[in-house]
Design a protein around this ligand. Structure first.
Ligand code: ADP
Ligand code: MG
Length: 415
C-alpha cells in the first residue's frame, strides 16, 4: 500500500467536501418533501377544503369520502398530505381533535389489517398484535375515537394495492362503518388515492357511487406549470443565481412529455449533483442531459452503431455544437457549421443542406435527438435541435472513439 495514494484519495474527498455545493438545502428536493406551496394545485386544495369544511364547523355531523385520481407525479400524494397537515393545524387552533392519517396501502402490502394497525397506532402506541380480525380492529379504532372525541381523515394512498389484495370488502366496510353507529358522531372520513381508475370496477356499485360523488382529478402538468413548480423548488434548494432559467426550462420541457412533477424534481436534483461533481457554479443544460441519461438509460450502444456513417457524423456535429454553445438546443445553422468541420476532419465531402436536413429528421424520428420549431424570433421560426437522452459530451466521446476506429463496445458510463 503506497501512502502517497492514500493521501491523494483523502485530499480529493476533502477538496470535494470543501467546495460549496450549488445546493443550499438538498432536503427540499427529496421525494418525501412536502412543500408549503403547491403551485397550480391551489384549486384542488380549495375544493378539498370545501368538502371538509364541516370537520371544523360542525365536527361529527357527517363524514366525507373523496377520490383523488391522476397519473403518476401529478401531485396526488403531495396535495393530500398538504391538505391534511394544514387542516389539522387549523383544527388544533380551534381545539378540535382532528387527525390526518396518511397510509400507503402498498407499504402495508394491501392489507386492511396493517392499514388499521397504523391508524390505531396514532392513538394506542401498543395494542395486542394478534388475534383480531380487521373488522374488530376497525371497531377498536371507532371506540378509541369515541373515547378521545377524535376525528380522523384516513388517506389511503396507492389504493390499488388494497383492492388487488382484498377486493372491495375493505372499502365497503370503511365507507359503511357509520351505519352501525347511527346515534354516534361521525368520526371517520376517507381520502382514497388511486392512479388507475379502472380499479374502481372491482368495487361494489354503492361504494363506486359514494366515491364518484367527490372526485378530484389531477391532470398532468404543462410545461409552464412544471416551470413554476421547479422555480419554487429551486428557490428553496439552490443557492442564489446557480440555476439559470434556460436549464430550468429545459427540465420542464423534458418532463412535460408526461407531465410528471416527480420526474422533473428528480432531474433537477440529479443535474445539481452533476454540476457539483464538476465543481461548476451553475446548472448547465449539459448537466441536465447527463441526469436524463442516468434516470432513463434508454440509449443503447448498439442502436448508435446501427446508424449510417453520415448520420453519425451529423450526430457528432450536433453534440459538438451543443457542447460549445452550452445551451439545451442549437440551430440548424450552428449544426451545419460544426458538420463542415467534422467532415473536414474525417475527410468526407460535406453533403448539401437538404441532405443534412434529412439526417437530422431521421435522427429525430428515431428519438435520439429532438428537433422542434423555435418560437417566433427576430429571424422568424427556425429549427432547434437538442439531445435529450444522454449527455452531449458522453455521446461526442463515444462517436469520436468510433471514428478513430476504436469502436469496440461503447463504454457503459457514456450511455
Ligand atoms: P403522485 O402522488 O401523483 O404520483 P406526488 O404528489 O408524489 O405525485 O408528486 C411528485 C413530486 O412532485 C413530489 O415530490 C411532490 O412534492 C412534487 N409536486 C407535485 N405537484 C406539485 C406542485 N403542484 N407543486 C410543488 N411540488 C409538486
Ligand atoms: Mg403518490
Amino acid at each position: 500500500m503506497e501512502e502517497d495514494e492514500l493521501g491523494r484519495g483523502s485530499e480529493i474527498i476533502k477538496e470535494t467536501l470543501d467546495r460549496p455545493s450549488i445546493l443550499k438545502n438538498e432536503a427540499a428536493l427529496s421525494i418525501d418533501y412536502i412543500p408549503a406551496n403547491l403551485p397550480h394545485r391551489e384549486e384542488k386544495l380549495r375544493f378539498l377544503a370545501q368538502l371538509f369544511r364541516f370537520t371544523l364547523e360542525n365536527p361529527g355531523s357527517m363524514n366525507q369520502k373523496v377520490l383523488i385520481t391522476g397519473k403518476i407525479g401529478t401531485g396526488k400524494t403531495a396535495v393530500s398530505q398538504r391538505f391534511g397537515t394544514d387542516l389539522v393545524k387549523i383544527a388544533k387552533s380551534r381545539k378540535i381533535n382532528l387527525r390526518y392519517i396518511h397510509v400507503n396501502c402498498r407499504e402495508c402490502r394491501g392489507s386492511l389489517f396493517l392499514i388499521l394497525k397504523r391508524a390505531l397506532a396514532e392513538f394506542v402506541p401498543s395494542f395486542p398484535q394478534r388475534g383480531y380480525s380487521s373488522e374488530e380492529l376497525l371497531q377498536m379504532l371507532m371506540d378509541v375515537l369515541d373515547k378521545n372525541n377524535a376525528f380522523v381523515i384516513l388517506a389511503l394512498d396507492e389504493l390499488e394495492s388494497l383492492i388487488r389484495a382484498e377486493g372491495g370488502t375493505p372499502l365497503y366496510n370503511l365507507t359503511r362503518i357509520q351505519e352501525g353507529r347511527l346515534d354516534r358522531p361521525m368520526r371517520l372520513s376517507l381520502i382514497c388515492i388511486l392512479r388507475q381508475p379502472e380499479y374502481l370496477k372491482r368495487l361494489d356499485s354503492s361504494t363506486i357511487g359514494t366515491l364518484q360523488h367527490n372526485i378530484v382529478q389531477m391532470d398532468p402538468y404543462s410545461i409552464e406549470q412544471l416551470t413554476a413548480i421547479l422555480e419554487d423548488r429551486v428557490r428553496l434548494s439552490f443557492r442564489e443565481g446557480t440555476a439559470p432559467d434556460e436549464s430550468i426550462r429545459f427540465i420542464a420541457e423534458l418532463a412535460s412529455t408526461t407531465g410528471d412533477a416527480r420526474y422533473a424534481i428528480e432531474l433537477l436534483w440529479r443535474s445539481a449533483k452533476y454540476a457539483d461533481a464538476e465543481a461548476k457554479r451553475e446548472l448547465e443544460p449539459e448537466h441536465v442531459r447527463k441526469a436524463v441519461s442516468a434516470v432513463y438509460p434508454t440509449i443503447r450502444g448498439d442502436y448508435v452503431k446501427s446508424l449510417s456513417r453520415q448520420e453519425r457524423i451529423t450526430l457528432l456535429a450536433i453534440t459538438r455544437a451543443l457542447e460549445s454553445s452550452g445551451s439545451a438546443y442549437v440551430t440548424m445553422g450552428e449544426i451545419e457549421k460544426a458538420y463542415r468541420i467534422v467532415c473536414e476532419e474525417l475527410r468526407e465531402t460535406p453533403r448539401a443542406h437538404t441532405q443534412l436536413w434529412k439526417f437530422v429528421r431521421e435522427l429525430s424520428a428515431s428519438g435520439i435527438i429532438e428537433a422542434k420549431k423555435s418560437g417566433k424570433g427576430i429571424r422568424g421560426r427556425t429549427t432547434m435541435v437538442g439531445l435529450t437522452m444522454t449527455s452531449a459530451s458522453a455521446m461526442r466521446k463515444w462517436l469520436e472513439f468510433s471514428f478513430a476506429g476504436q469502436d469496440k463496445e461503447p463504454r457503459k458510463e457514456f450511455f
